[in-house]
Design a protein around this ligand. Structure first.
Ligand code: SF4
Length: 479
């Protein structure tokens, strides 16, 4: 944890905004992964005192160590005023211990090794002999087949060597951290990449409050090196970036429009894109969930599972669209029903149009892979896709209100005034995921679940209707 973040965490915790429902869902999923990790050995003693009972947790852990417990889960240790809680400690026959840290990722990351190095430093300081240090993470080749077995779901990587290499530096690092913590004021640390890597910092709202809207931090695909250079030049607003600053062609065009306030339209590029569209035209959009712990047999950790699809079908250019939709009913795997819907409603010819089409294409390819018999008829669909985002990515249309962004949510109100996602109960993909997960939880009343289903239909339908309107507008602009 960087010094300033740690200082704020110790001294100004009230600055952390309350967790929103989407963040809470992430916490809940993390807790579920932790609970599954604790099943890895099938036995062990859980030190389950909450954070308010730390002295008791430390005492209980020490008693378990002294009694020679076989496996200790969530043990609490303190050394040199540094407290750690260890996911799993396994006692070896020679009296030493193996330290295992469980993570919800599908690989070992640098920050995991640093985390485990601190744990090992504290454990050894507290008198334990550590033989192996292991990082337990989700095996991304796992495919659910019946009840989930923690031994198959997780894979353990031995990181003893990597942790050993960091160990000599841990003590001095912790001393520097403690010095910083003792300071009456927060360390002077500017904003930067560290605010969102490896994860979003909970103090962003506090530290970023001086950053204006439409700043250099919003320039798409601008490297942190260049953002820092601009900041050092005293430039924070996108429109104040000098014309001769090293930007990509796309960024330069966005800057030109940002400064002039004028819309840039390339009719030739738009017309070229429109010539690729073949009718009947299927405007298509999926909504997905991405559970870390697979819900359905045949699915994998973090696999994006489509639960909803909206189709607006146009028989000919300019024809009134027909709207069709599918939404999983919420208690079983939504994919078989979704496959039937696609097979029944997408004919053998015509373009499938999606916004950021690689997403929809991947979902269809996943369905064909996971349901080889029932979804075989979908195998030709990926080759029929066109991407409505393409003209915007290729800067055929650049609007100052988009400030360099090309997402559907930015493009729609700029290109089709009066149409936006404002005021919708569900207004983005994250909220749609959360809504469906809430329906899946079974904790909602029938009325509340029905309300969410209605909100989901409005949202997903808006996505494909937006595409109809954008295409119509591009047609007008191309002549
Ligand atoms: S928002 Fe950035 S600067 Fe502020 S504490 Fe977090 S990481 Fe540090």
């Amino acid at each position: 944890m960087p010094y300033k973040r740690l200082w704020l965490y110790n001294n100004k915790r009230a600055l952390i905004p309350p967790a929103g429902p989407e963040q809470q869902q992430v916490f809940d999923e993390g807790n579920a992964i932790g609970a599954l990790a604790r099943e890895y050995y099938g036995y062990g003693v859980l030190v389950d005192m909450d954070p308010a009972q730390l002295p008791q947790a430390i005492k209980r852990t020490a008693a378990l160590v002294a009694a020679g417990a076989g496996v200790i889960l969530e043990g609490a240790f303190v050394f040199n005023k540094v407290l750690v809680r260890c996911d799993i400690l396994k006692h070896n026959k020679d009296g030493s211990w193996d330290l295992m840290e469980a993570k919800g990722s599908t690989e070992v990351k640098d920050e995991h090794v640093q985390d485990v190095a601190v744990q090992r430093y504290v454990l050894e300081g507290a008198g334990l002999t550590i033989r192996n240090t292991l990082l337990m993470h989700i095996d991304n080749t796992f495919v659910k087949d019946g009840p989930i077995d923690a031994k198959k779901f997780f894979t353990c990587e031995d990181i003893t060597q990597e942790v050993g290499a960091l160990l000599p530096g841990v003590g001095p690092d912790l001393e520097r951290l403690q010095e910083a913590l003792a300071s009456p004021a927060a360390p002077e640390v500017g904003i930067g990449k560290h605010c969102s890597h490896p994860a979003d910092c909970e103090f962003r709202a506090h530290c970023w409050k001086g950053v204006p809207e439409h700043s250099i931090y919003d320039i798409p695909r601008l490297s942190w090196e260049k953002k820092n250079t601009l900041k050092a030049m005293g430039i924070l607003l996108f429109k104040n970036v000098p014309d001769n600053f090293d930007l990509s062609d796309g960024q330069k065009q966005a800057l030109k429009v940002e400064k002039s306030g004028e819309v840039l339209i390339n009719k030739k590029k738009i017309a070229k894109f429109l010539r690729r569209i073949k009718y009947p035209l299927y405007h298509i959009d999926f909504e997905t969930i991405r559970p870390a712990i697979p819900l359905y047999d045949g699915s994998r950790p973090y696999q994006q599972l489509p639960f909803q699809v909206s189709l607006h079908v146009q028989a000919a250019a300019g024809a009134a669209p027909r709207h069709l939709e599918y939404l999983g009913e919420g208690s079983t795997d939504p994919r078989p029903g979704l496959i039937s819907f696609l097979l029944a409603n997408i004919g053998p010819a015509g373009t499938l149009l999606a916004y950021n089409a690689s997403f929809e294409i991947q979902k269809i390819e996943d369905l064909v892979r996971d349901f080889p018999e029932s979804a075989a008829g979908l195998a030709a669909l990926p080759g029929r896709f066109e991407d409505l985002m393409k003209p915007f990515l290729e800067r055929a249309y650049v609007h100052p209100a988009c400030h360099g962004r090309v997402s559907l949510k930015k493009i729609l109100p700029a290109l089709v005034p009066g149409m936006s996602y404002e005021g919708l109960a569900i207004a983005n993909g994250g909220a749609a995921q959360l809504a469906y997960c809430n329906i899946l939880s079974g904790r909602l009343s029938p009325a509340a679940a029905e309300k969410l289903r209605g909100d989901l239909k409005v949202y997903c339908g808006q996505d494909t209707l937006a595409m109809v309107k954008i295409l119509e507008r591009l047609g007008q602009l191309s002549v």
